[in-house]
Design a protein around this ligand. Sequence first.
Ligand code: ADP
Ligand code: MG
Length: 712
Amino acid sequence: MEKRGGTPSPSPRSTEKSGKDLTRSGDANGGAGAGGNATPKGDKEKGVNVQVILRCRPLSDDETKGNTPVVISCNERRREVAATQVIANKQIDRTFAFDKVFGPSSKQKDLFEQSISPIVHEVLEGYNCTIFAYGQTGTGKTYTMEGGGTRKAKSGELPTDAGVIPRSVRQIFDILEAQCAEYSMKVTFLELYNEEITDLLAPDEPRFPVLPVPEDKNKKPIALMEDGKGGVFVRGLEEEVVYSAGEIYKILDKGSAKRRTAETLLNKQSSRSHSIFSITIHIKELTHESEEMIKIGKLNLVDLAGSENISRSGARDGRAREAGEINKSLLTLGRVINALVEHSGHVPYRDSKLTRLLRDSLGGKTKTCIIATISPSVYCLEETLSTLDYAHRAKNIRNKPEVNQKMMKSAVIKDLYSEIDRLKQEVFAAREKNGIYIPRERYLQEEAEKKAMTEKIEKLGVDLEARDKQLVELKELYDAQMLLSAELGEKLEKTQKDLEDTRHALHDLEEKYSEAKSTIKEKEFVIFNLQNSEKSLVDCAYNLRAELENAAADVSGLFSKIERKDKIEDGNRSLVQRFRSQLTQELDALHKTVSTSVMQQEDHLKEMEDDMQSFVSSKDEAAQGLKESIQNLKALHGSGITALDNLAGEIDMNSQTTFEKLNSQVQSHTSDLEKCFGVIALGADNLLNELQCSLSKQEERLAHFANKQREV
Ligand code: ADP
Ligand code: MG
């Protein structure tokens, strides 16, 4: 403040001085009525989700040297992070999706340009925006927010490892310079440790030596005040006006220096403390009526305490709180997020200073972004998973961003003048009287406040008495109630028993009900199936009927055919019978003919036998006659021979004459013989002819008989 008083602002844009109202957390619009709200309607009604960005740092040199296994893989394109866990030899991958994912090789510039730059634009539109860095210690929260250690780069350029804070400041200046706007930028930088606020930009020596000095000389405890309009502000917080982007490092160094001193004193305090860097911008605008208005935007950049504290102290919650409320703010932040995500009615903003300060950034009118930082190392996996869960949950918080109401420039100036006056009086009093001096006006005001307080105390005393009386009455009432409650207790027990029984019964009924339900379901299913089959059956029946009709026609045709066939068969039968009778008749006739013919044959054979016998006997007789004639012939022949012999002797006597007589006798005998032989030969010839004739006759007869037989 002295510095600011001593160096009157030369720059045309530095029209602002410090003002307590402007350090108010949340909105600076003071909740007054009309105008200046440029929020789109949709945003206002539905709200916008908190934007959650995930950043995974690369392995450190030590980790690389130690061959630390990497268990995190980032897919920037799909905005996903996968953590590989091995549980009981099984690999389990858990994947989380975020609004943006920046892998180990991502650059500070990329993160800023892709995710933070749009937020800075909104701040310049007049929104309040907050960016949180959340994560385990050593995962790069401070690296992301403030940057690596490099402070200097080529002329005017930011170093490549510059974080979100210097880049935001740089961008704000660049944009406003390009617009040739009239503006001013102020920053505050505070630390919250153990529910105590420290101003990281306060000058080292106490401003008012007469005031009691806190134990830690570098730190001045600062009160959080209600502004009476639902917000809070940090009273007496140092505000540094920034004139150029380059200055931001001076301020950061100043703050970090304070933090560093504290770190050595308080055992790695930075991992347990939160730091809030706030940038407030006032921009002059001209309305159509040429009225000068001031547009106000605010950017809070919050580097939270290491998240390992929350999980670890969560395990032994009670003791941690006893140990000095170290993590109260971080725990409360978690509870606030849970309450907002689960839409439970009460959101415990008031339970910690951090949530009081940033109330508007969580479920309020502020646009909020959370950068969750993780390490890729297997040794941090547990913390990493808890960070991923936490960040993923926070995605569901909805804010309803509203543009800050613009202020008339004249009103701002008036406010500032009265503030300057108040401060001047304080300075004057302090310097002149070398002790505590309170200006008359302030004195009167405080006296009046004191009087009001006394009155209030008196009133409270009276109230207390009344309360005491009430307490006695209540005690009596309490006793009566106790009796009643004992009675009721008994009743309750009985009722509970009954209830238990009823519950059992109900349980049984429920079981039966569910059984019945399932059976009904089954039945329904069966009925449905039956209906379907019925339908198909009906269809089949229709088809069958048609087919049956056809078949009936066929059958009647068949019947008529059968009738016809029967008739034919009857005809056939009578025919067969007739044929049979004829056949028997004919057979009888045949039999008769055969027997007659057999008889005839027998007759024939007899005749033939007779014929043959008569023939044989006739032949015998002929042969006997032939024999007799031959014997006669023989005797004749013998007598002839003896006559010849007698003649031969007479021949011998009579020689020639007798010879001649002999000759003539031999000749007559020979012709007689020839005549006899001719008769015999004729008789034999006739016999033979007769025999032949009767044989051929017999032959003919046999042939005829044989023919007849064949014919039969
Ligand atoms: P935190 O603030 O979360 O405790 P730091 O920001 O102090 O963590 O980071 C721890 C170390 O890791 C620092 O040395 C820092 O330079 C380094 N680091 C963190 N994030 C990155 C990153 N994205 N790229 C390179 N180095 C990083
Ligand atoms: Mg840090």
